[in-house]
Design a protein around this ligand. Sequence first.
Ligand code: PXP
Length: 249
Amino acid sequence: MQPLGKLRLGVNIDHVATVRNARGSAYPDPVRAAQLAEEAGADGITAHLREDRRHISDEDIARLAETLTVPLNFEMAATEEMQAIALRHRPHAVCLVPEKREERTTEGGLEVAREENKLAHFIAPLADAGCRVSIFIAADRRQIEAAARIGAAVVELHTGAYCDFHAEGKSEERDAELERMREMASFAHSLGLEVHAGHGLTYDTVQPVAAFPEVMELNIGHFLIGEAIFLGLKPAIARMRELMDEARS
Ligand code: PXP
């Protein structure tokens, strides 16, 4: 199968805010990082306003919503507080993620199948407000079917397990996870869902995922912000873009 279109890169800028917040200073500014990311070829900016505000702040979201010229993908937990913030700013996309206060990062995908009714009601006003609703889930048939039933426009497949297996040198498990994601990307597409992927992707792990023809967008943050320390933000993003385009061609 030919790729469905150009693969978009969404740059997640959360960890620029993590560095800023380590000192309680005004810098480095995630909005400035977003502007540089745009110049480096990012097709969108992703930011996660966590309930504990450990990195991105409410003001960051307001400034991003005001100043970005590329789409904003607003990641949030399915809470009333976050829904109100999303409805105030009406970002291009809202990506629902599970959130636990004690976790270091978003550890698993959202449990859609068990929360179907609740989530269907939760996303309806967001979709009515013009936001593309995306659900961050594990590559699991049940979850994908549930995401389609509740009326989500997009599913984002969680690539964290694949990346962890790669980092741990567990190549059999990594390849099995990759295969599962490949099949589930195709299955989600067959149900009419747009397919995105992300979490933990690096220069070493991005290409096999970028090669899935149904995947339309990758959201990448932590590795890029880390790599920016060595290369600078724009070259770090440009290299990721290059690898994605190479995998796609
Ligand atoms: N996609 C989603 C839904 C996420 O929650 C995150 C992390 O905030 C990412 C992508 C990016 O992950 P990473 O920072 O590991 O690249």
